[in-house]
Design a protein around this ligand. Sequence first.
Ligand SMILES: [Zn+2]
Length: 194
Amino acid sequence: MTEPNAVTRALIVVDVQVDFCEGGALGVEGGNDVARRIADLLGSDHGYSHVVATRDHHIDPGPHFSDEPDYVDRWPPHCVVGTPGQQFHPALLRAPFDAVFDKGSYEAAYSGFEGTIGGEPEGDTLAQWLGRHGVTAVDVCGIATDYCVRATATDAAREGFDTRVLGTLIAAVHPANVPGVVTELAEERVEWVA
Ligand SMILES: [Zn+2]
């Protein structure tokens, strides 16, 4: 029997895709290692009630793509639907995700909470799906700490989920940003698990 206030915690795996790992179009240092360590976690008795993933899923995201990227708002083309770079990292290709949320078809989308199943406008959003499955708390891991992990964790907290970021299972575009991200997330009541 479930306790009335029992915490049902899900794991959100953010954007662990070929293009965001070393060798990809927008490879983040440490991405391959994060992918392998998340795969190890998923292969263990991890205790999460649900495990979901998000993917960057670009068709024509406008100025999110640039020939002159600044690596802040404008990026080299990445995670284009139908290309190998958009796929999950090979370590996670067979991961038993309960649901996958695609975001960013026609605009920049850093937060997984902007995603829907299949990237379709009528698909369940991440918040709808988690709510429907009784999830009250989430752990966030993946790529990149200072962009999509930060945005996803912020939105999770604002949606009312008890939210933690798993500091050992993330990789940053700009590692110098990380202390600021930790401070910002604390202000959003996101717990940082070192
Ligand atoms: Zn993108």
